[in-house]
Design a protein around this ligand. Structure first.
Ligand code: ATP
Length: 284
């Protein structure tokens, strides 16, 4: 994979989807700006309907319906192999879905190259393994995608990288090498790198799983801060306390389906199915 393709896959940028959506609405009927803003705030940012995905003969996603609204924090939990990562990877098209529909920021993703370019402008992703470029300093890691993918000028990219690093508590690490940072710090750089593209939604795939326990808290604090700032987050997580205390909604996946979903307090206190009861019994 080329550096640019790699960066594009890892990061994201802003999009004109909302603008075109607004234009379409305005053409059909005169609507005030504030009414449009209210409408777009209510519209789902990510919408999946009857989503399916197989690897060979193995059906991994068996018809997923999910809507995530702007500012929502959705935690996806479930046993190993239930399809959680595949679901996230379909949303940012690292995996191509087989059936059903995915809309992000009002745009239907159909696997075309146009999609990939547009999607790279809306969706950021942070992975379990931080994937920083070891031969680039921390600041360069954060600046790279805005410059290569969006054509942002170096001085502006540097200013924004410094802002994003400060946001994740690493303002003083701009000139450090990734190898000089702890795992938790590297993961926070990976978050800063995704944020530098101003994504509309941030996907996080088990981003604390590779960390020593004492480093997990700082990464979760960054996520809590992003939630407070109104960022839309979809997280595959094994951090049940985070899912219960910080998330707005929990999705429990089982054998490729959304088996239960709901507000965290209810779902954790009163699981409706034996499968969720057993899962919680094993992880809590
Ligand atoms: N690229 C692939 N090729 C073949 N099979 C795959 C591929 N990616 C995932 N799978 C299979 O799909 C199933 C679901 O995998 P997935 O990683 O989505 O599960 P998960 O719920 O995220 O699991 P974990 O919690 O262990 O990460 C597993 O059986 C896995 O082996």
């Amino acid at each position: 994979m080329s550096l640019l393709a790699e960066v594009s896959a890892l990061d994201s940028a802003s999009s004109d989807a909302a603008v075109s959506e607004k234009a379409a609405v305005t053409e059909s009927a005169p609507v005030s700006d504030s009414a449009l803003d209210t409408e777009s705030a209510k519209a789902p940012l990510v919408s999946l309907s009857a989503l399916t995905k197989s690897f060979g003969d193995v059906a991994v996603l068996k018809g997923i319906d999910l809507e995530v609204r702007p500012g929502e924090v959705v935690s996806i939990i479930g046993r190993s192999g239930s399809g959680k990562s595949t679901l996230l990877r379909c949303i940012n098209q690292l995996e191509q879905h087989d059936g059903g529909a995915i809309h992000v920021a009002g745009k239907l993703l159909d696997g075309s190259e146009m999609d990939a370019a547009a999607l790279a402008q809306d969706v950021g992703m942070v992975f379990q393994s931080f994937n920083l470029f070891p031969h680039k300093r921390v600041g360069e890691n954060v600046m790279l995608a805005p410059m290569l993918v969006k054509g942002v000028a170096r001085d502006i990219a540097e200013r924004e990288a410094r802002e994003m690093l400060a946001k994740v508590g690493l303002g003083e690490k701009f000139d450090a090498w990734p190898s000089q940072l702890s795992g938790g710090q590297q993961q926070r750089v990976a978050i800063a790198r995704a944020l530098a593209m101003h994504p509309k939604v941030l996907l996080c795939d088990e981003i604390t799983s590779a960390l020593d326990p004492e480093l997990v808290g700082d990464v979760l604090k960054v996520l809590e801060q992003l939630k407070r700032e109104g960022m839309t987050l979809i997280l595959v997580t094994h951090e049940m306390n985070f899912a219960r205390d910080v998330g707005d909604r929990v999705i429990f996946m089982h054998q490729g389906r959304v088996h239960e979903s709901g507000d965290p307090a209810t779902l954790f206190a009163n699981p409706a199915t034996e499968e969720l009861r057993q899962f919680l019994g094993a992880v809590l």
